[in-house]
Write a protein that binds this ligand. Structure first.
Ligand SMILES: Nc1ncnc2c1ncn2[C@@H]1O[C@H](COP(=O)(O)OP(=O)(O)OP(=O)(O)O)[C@@H](O)[C@H]1O
Ligand SMILES: [Mg+2]
Length: 325
């Protein structure tokens, strides 16, 4: 699959005796946004450093933009926002961007446009003449994002890009990522903000203690939605609801899972037609955060096995442990 932007197989990194990363496989296509999730120390930054050639893998192979890891020609086409960015405080925002245009060897005639475009995208046009040291932390992070966008890179790697940003800034970053995807760039996003990852990533890899413990699309990972129905006045509510999906009896009602939520009005109509009284009809969707906490707390260690939805148990209804579609 030579058209992948990132391909990595069995990446491993030891720092002394500490395993920072083990057996990591990655594949990122053009226009795809990959989220790397994991608790502190999981190995997310190590993974991107290996892809960038800032650290050498102890084992494993990979390529970025069709070139071996660390190849300078590939690096030229990568935009990178490090997690611990520290730019020279005495440079102005514009000077910093000029420096990075030079470092990236962009054609000199394009610098001015590239810089204005980057400043505009990250909302710093009005602060272009300010020194980095005079910018707030969040503004410095925006500037770092601007650096990562210079030269319209084919791969953009953002390591915790919103750690210092306010909610508006976070929303801006989501829009920037969507725009990158829209022009066919691949994006790797390291983040602890699961809601953010959920909203913007096409694929997610959850890393824990150096190993990938779950991977797939957000939809695959969180599974299909359910519908909780609280109903009274029916002798056999399960038989009324069963046609919409497997039904489980829960403390606060009946749960239809998996459920096609667009059929919710049919559920309401069926209950009413059978003479029942409805107290609640509530769509239920597990979040990435629920899954993340569950995986990390239970310490799942199977490295490459695709995560499967846990089997739902209950006194009624057929088994519901089909793998997520
Ligand atoms: N240069 C280094 N020398 C020694 N150990 C390192 C080095 N870099 C990372 N490590 C170790 O590797 C492990 C993974 O670190 P890494 O920075 O990849 O985690 P992370 O998932 O990015 O965490 P965070 O969410 O805190 O940024 C940690 O145990 C860390 O201490
Ligand atoms: Mg990190």
């Amino acid at each position: 699959m030579s058209d992948l932007v990132v391909r990595a197989t069995g990446l491993r990194k030891l720092y002394g005796h500490r395993t920072a990363l083990d057996s990591l496989d990655l594949a990122v296509a053009p226009g795809q946004v990959l989220g790397l999730l994991g608790p502190n120390g999981a190995g997310k930054t190590t993974a991107v450093k290996l892809l960038l050639g800032l650290a050498r893998p102890t084992a494993g192979t990979g390529s970025v933009l069709g070139l071996p890891l660390g190849d300078r020609r590939a690096r030229q086409r990568i935009g990178y926002l490090p997690e611990l960015f520290r730019y020279p405080a005495w440079l102005t925002a514009r000077e910093l961007l000029r420096l990075h245009c030079r470092l990236a060897d962009l054609p000199r005639g394009t610098w001015s446009d590239q810089i204005d475009q980057a400043l505009g995208i990250v909302g710093l046009l009005g602060r272009a003449g300010d020194r980095v040291g005079d910018l707030s932390k969040g503004m410095q992070q925006r500037l770092g994002l601007g650096v990562a966008l210079l030269g319209e890179p084919d791969l953009v790697i953002l390591d915790e890009p919103t750690s210092a940003l306010d909610p508006v800034g976070r929303d801006d970053v989501r829009a920037i990522i969507r725009a990158l995807r829209g022009r066919g760039a691949a994006v790797i996003l390291n983040s602890h903000l699961l809601g953010e990852v959920e909203r913007v990533c096409d694929e997610v890899v959850i890393v824990h203690r150096g190993r990938a413990i779950a991977s797939g699309s957000v939809r695959q990972l969180v599974g299909a939605p359910s519908l909780r129905v609280a109903v009274a006045g029916l002798a056999d509510p399960v038989s009324v609801l069963r046609r919409f999906g497997p039904v489980t009896l829960e403390q606060d009602g009946l749960l239809i899972h998996p459920m096609e939520l667009e059929r919710t009005p049919e559920v309401v109509a069926a209950v009413i037609a059978a003479g029942g009284r409805l107290f609640a009809v509530e769509p239920v969707q597990r979040s990435l955060e629920d899954l993340f906490l569950q995986l990390v707390r239970t310490g799942v260690t199977e490295a490459t096995e695709q995560f499967r939805l846990p089997v739902m148990t209950g006194p009624v209804g057929p088994p519901t442990d089909e793998p997520p579609s």
